[in-house]
Design a protein around this ligand. Structure first.
Ligand SMILES: Cc1cc2nc3c(=O)[nH]c(=O)nc-3n(C[C@H](O)[C@H](O)[C@H](O)COP(=O)(O)O)c2cc1C
Length: 373
């Protein structure tokens, strides 16, 4: 019944053993806990693990550019491989105005503004930041995508995911991008930054598969501020294809509430299983590249039906694999009754991250007890 989920998928010479991906998920865990989590997910049977938010440029966070950072990423890739999974680096370039942010830090520390309010203020500053970014800086960032891809390959990653949200998404969006040069104005111009980043990665690592996280925004009702407007997908997708994208993960664009892109079960609009698949349906006629669905795909019957019908070629799960890393193994063995199913409460996963406690699941204790861990 679930055979389609366990068919191998080959992308630019890389064969994934099944169609199940651990979606990019920043976990805010200390390095030992993070490695343990990756180990658990790999041993649970996911074919591919995407490491979220790997910085494109040198950064105070763990980055590919320092010996310690590179060594940590090497440990991550070795852990995934030892557990039988392939591993991808989500190359991420923030579009936050870090200098603008400084002026709010005293208020944040004193509790005068909440992290949510700060996030809103940062989103509000995005337009000016993207519109005013000097061309030399843009070129440095584009080159950084290529350089980071080489370092990711050296660290043992099998694949690159380009984060099509954040800076790529802000350049794509007429809401944020008001530039009057070659990077702004028409949809073709607004696609130029993302296309150049893809080209830089393709040139740097010609043999590595590139997945693009296609961040889609919609009007009526309005959701997502960065990303590609549904009506402009016919311009963007062929350009990204031609630049060297091998496959797409399709999701809602960000820069609104985090609960829109990570929707809880009671979200006013995205509460249904497979809530973002309608965007895959829009992309499907525009490319022959494999498409990955994400968002509320934790029910194995529903997920398998989407692959069976060809609506998507593979699926990405974030919260369902946080709730139960053994999801793939249990589905393959027909033991779906033993899965701890994500209820999309967002309490310990997104909530844990927001409270700086790391990403966990409300079912952790029960699951560990049930599995004797
Ligand atoms: C704690 C947490 C952290 C996330 N971090 C990232 C990230 O770093 N990059 C990204 O593109 N998406 C991130 N996401 C979004 C997920 O990849 C996914 O698109 C979203 O959770 C919907 O899928 P799900 O219903 O399977 O959880 C994160 C989600 C969660 C819950």
């Amino acid at each position: 019944m679930y055979e389609s989920l366990f068919q191998p998928l080959t992308v630019r010479g890389l064969t994934l053993k099944n169609r199940i991906v651990f979606a990019p998920t920043s976990m805010g865990l200390k390095s030992g806990d993070f490695l343990a989590h990756i180990d658990r997910i790999a041993r649970g049977g996911a074919g591919l693990i995407v490491i979220g938010d790997v910085p494109v440029l040198p950064s105070p966070m763990f980055s590919l550019y320092t010996p310690e950072g590179l060594d940590f990423y090497r440990q991550i890739t070795q852990t995934a491989h030892a557990g039988g999974a392939k591993i991808s680096a989500q190359l991420h370039m923030s579009d936050s105005d870090v200098q603008g942010l400084q002026r709010y830090l005293p208020d944040l520390r004193a509790g005068r503004i909440t992290p949510d309010n700060l996030r809103r203020k940062l989103n509000d500053m995005t337009g000016d930041f993207i519109t005013g970014l000097p061309v030399e800086r843009i070129q440095t960032i584009i080159d950084g995508f290529g350089q980071a891809a080489i370092l990711a390959r050296d660290a043992g990653f099998d694949m690159i995911q380009i984060h099509g949200d954040r800076m790529c998404g802000s350049f794509s969006s007429s809401i944020y991008n008001h530039r009057a040069d070659a990077y702004g104005g028409s949809p073709e111009n607004r696609a130029r930054f993302a296309v150049s980043c893809v080209q830089a990665v393709r040139r740097a690592v010609p043999d590595m598969p590139i997945e693009y996280k296609l961040a889609v925004r919609q009007e009526d009702p309005h959701y997502g501020n960065a990303g590609i407007l549904t009506d402009e997908l016919p311009v963007f997708v062929p350009l990204l294809d031609a630049a060297g994208v091998d496959c797409y993960e399709v999701a809602l664009a960000n820069h609104g509430a985090l609960t829109d892109t990570i929707p809880p079960h009671n979200h006013p609009y995205f509460s249904e299983p497979g809530c973002f698949l309608k965007f895959c349906d829009l992309v499907r006629p525009l490319t022959n590249r494999p498409l990955c669905g994400v968002g509320g795909l934790g029910d194995p019957d529903f997920a398998a039906a989407q692959v069976d019908s060809g609506r998507v070629d593979y699926i990405a799960l974030s919260r369902p694999l946080i709730a139960d890393p053994d999801w793939p193994r249990l589905v393959q063995n027909g033991q779906t009754d033993q899965i701890f199913r994500c209820v999309r409460c967002n309490r310990a996963c997104l909530g844990g991250m927001q409270q700086h406690q790391g990403t966990h699941c409300v079912f952790d204790e029960k699951r560990r007890a049930a599995r004797g861990e």
